[in-house]
Design a protein around this ligand. Structure first.
Ligand SMILES: [Fe+2]
Ligand SMILES: [Fe+2]
Length: 196
């Protein structure tokens, strides 16, 4: 095939070198985890919800550190685009903290979860439309790969898929409150991008 291969979400090789493919895959993982929380009960729901919280925390932190600064710098009107995304992320984080304090069996849990899901979905669609498309257009291959390194460093803080037998040290860390995880993720991203 001589045609240029456009990386797709779910394309594992592309995710190493293309930050957009990687972030689109994470948006898909987030959707799947919401499905899992909704479809389960009891301990299984609690466990799926923990994974969702961790992934959302590291995903949004990575976007704040990697994606938004790039869009701010390189896209015409980027400042306004980023301001809107940051406001959505702030409100999602507030809902996330409220949810994090609730037991997954609490009657208030499901309505809060569904409202978070809707906000997160709208936010993800806005990112895909107003940020990811521009990143694809304006970033060269080296930049896409360097941004991907930052996002991968964040993702290592919240493994969403089990790694049988080879649990990493990070995966075994007992995760504290969401804010602490976000702080650790921010440090990891900055280190990976040579900004610490
Ligand atoms: Fe985001
Ligand atoms: Fe996102």
């Amino acid at each position: 095939m001589s045609e240029l291969h456009t990386p797709q979400a779910g394309d594992d090789a592309a995710q190493d070198t293309d930050v957009v493919a990687l972030l689109m895959r994470q948006h898909g993982d987030i959707r799947n985890l919401f499905d899992e929380v909704e479809a389960t009960k009891g301990d299984a729901r609690q466990e799926a919800f923990r994974r969702l919280v961790r992934l959302l925390a590291v995903h949004e932190t990575a976007e704040e550190e990697v994606v938004h600064p790039f869009v701010h710098r390189t896209v015409a009107g980027g400042e306004e685009v980023v301001k809107a995304r940051l406001a959505e992320e702030r409100s999602a984080k507030e809902t996330l903290s409220t949810l994090d304090d609730l037991d997954t069996g609490d009657p208030k849990f499901m309505p809060q979860l569904l409202s978070l899901r809707q906000d997160v979905q709208e936010h993800a669609r806005a990112e895909e439309r107003y940020e990811f498309i521009h990143i694809r257009r304006s970033a060269d291959a080296a930049t896409l790969a360097s941004l991907a390194r930052g996002v991968k460093a964040a993702e290592a803080m919240a493994p969403t898929r089990p790694h049988p037998g080879v649990e990493s040290a990070t995966a075994n860390v007992i995760l504290g409150p969401v804010a602490a995880l976000m702080d650790r993720t921010r440090d990891a991203v900055r280190k990976a991008m040579g900004k610490d």
